[in-house]
Design a protein around this ligand. Structure first.
Ligand SMILES: Nc1ncnc2c1ncn2[C@@H]1O[C@H](COP(=O)(O)OP(=O)(O)O)[C@@H](O)[C@H]1O
Ligand SMILES: [Mg+2]
Length: 196
């Protein structure tokens, strides 16, 4: 897997909403979160397109620099072989300035297609091994169990994810980790969006 470069924002006349509409046309929506929408790719079966606003929860769209997801991707780029991290094929960053002179930053990413629910019986022992419930306020929120993370890649993943929490909030819950289908017995856990 080659390392992708983190781009500088490109100015565009196309607003986030128009770009989203264009990308979504003729595709299937696979998911949506607080910042981003994920669609099937028109030609590549194992690739998805993710379009999202850059920023923090209280400053959505304002800057790529206070964005927990982009910070995560940036860190994972140093470990292209780590199976716990998503495989990203390309990243584009855009800056749109509207007629009131207000800038909005957003990204368009091509990445591997992952799956959300897997056979629960196979899934739950894996989950128990890696995650501990951190908070159950609105929905179960997890944190990694570093002492359980055995193996070079798992330790590396835990370290990278935990280093994000110096600047961002933990945001690991059901919608923010996924699975890669492999030809091994169990699917591979992939941490997709751990911090906000
Ligand atoms: N690589 C992927 N393949 C398939 N679906 C995905 C992928 N990445 C994210 N999704 C789906 O899209 C949703 C939103 O993506 P996420 O990265 O969590 O963005 P947000 O920052 O908006 O929370 C996820 O909860 C998941 O259901
Ligand atoms: Mg999310």
């Amino acid at each position: 897997m080659k390392r992708i470069k983190f781009p500088k924002p490109v100015r565009t006349k196309i607003s986030f909403y128009r770009m989203k509409k264009q990308l979504a046309a003729g595709t299937e929506k696979l998911g949506k979160g607080y910042f981003a929408f994920v669609y099937t790719h028109k030609r590549k079966h194992n690739t998805v397109i993710k379009i999202g606003l850059c920023g923090s929860i209280d400053k959505v769209g304002t800057s790529p620099h206070n964005d927990g997801y982009l910070a995560f991707l940036k860190k994972t780029q140093r470990y292209p072989k780590n199976p716990f991290f998503p495989k990203v094929h390309s990243i584009k960053l855009y800056k749109h300035v509207n007629r009131f002179d207000r800038s909005t930053f957003y990204y368009v990413i091509e990445m591997e297609k992952l799956v959300r629910f897997f056979d629960v019986k196979r899934r739950s022992p894996l989950l128990k091994k890696w995650f501990k419930i951190y908070d159950t306020d609105e929905m179960d929120s997890y944190t990694l169990k570093p002492s359980n993370m055995k193996g070079v890649f798992a330790k590396q993943a835990a370290k990278v994810v935990r280093s994000l929490f110096e600047q961002f909030h933990i945001d690991i819950h059901e919608d923010n980790y996924m699975w890669r289908v492999t030809n091994q017995k169990s699917p591979q856990l992939v941490i997709t969006d751990p911090a906000a």
